[in-house]
Design a protein around this ligand. Sequence first.
Ligand code: 8YV
Length: 315
Amino acid sequence: MPKPIVLQVGPYPDWDQDPLDAAFDVKRLFEASDAPAFLATHGPHVRAIATRGELGADADMISACPALELISVYGVGYDAVDLSACKPRNIRVTNTPDVLTEDVADLGVAMMLCQSRGVVGAETWVRDGSWANKGLYPLKRRVFGRKAGILGLGRIGFEVGKRLAGFGMDIAYSDIAAKDYAPDWTFINDPLTLAQHANFLFVTLAASAKTRHIANKDIIEAVGPDGMIINISRASNIDEDALIEALHSGALGSAALDVFEKEPALDPRFLDLDNVLVQPHHASGTIETRKAMGQLLRDNLTAHFAGDALLTPVL
Ligand code: 8YV
């Protein structure tokens, strides 16, 4: 029997590529010099799309694949998949939740610690001779005992909170409702009040059209000149122009960001700011987690073509 044809939107590590190629007839869109022509040729035969969280599948790609049955996302976020194009055609969608939760939380907390204690600047201070020539490194701010606000207490936000509790921080969160699994933390319904309360605001919401720019100018400024915003979710959850302006004016003290609008081509204004820590969207980027994500992506494809229940469906 011929292998099902799978359209692959972006590259995966070899440890995922090899078993994917072995199980399916993979058409690699990202290697095509003329993507529309590639889609016109292969799209009619494609039964599944294998994509990545940040790449998704847009309406044009979905409509170029009239026999499409499943979109399997390598990532927990599926905001870049046009669900409205999937629903009327009963196209199923899967993601890779749970397997990445802890590593994403770890990076968020690591970014907070690095930025608050000036770890990157301190490294430069040693390497460029400033320690020997100028003396002690400027003092930074502690995290212990200070107030953290978590905007979105889902799986990742909860793991962030558990880690912050270990640092003796005061933890509050906003979500659509109080969570019974977080009885020791303060529920603050209104994100603006949370931002006013917090020294460190973690943005850990699943992104959707409803959450676009939920961290708006008012919220950014409410975190304040002594505060920090950490984003390990999606850039769309924050008004990026307002964020850059606030970092530039000092209305917001600092930021630690793993995600950007138009990434990897981030707004060049970020690079002129010395109060932002920038990371290349790699919160899930450990060997262990990426292997588990690749396995789950393939397990969903395999289950679908075997007629079994999907492991982690979102649609
Ligand atoms: C990316 C992510 O998928 O889980 C998500 O939603 O955005 C990430 O894990 C990852 O960078 C691989 O492309």
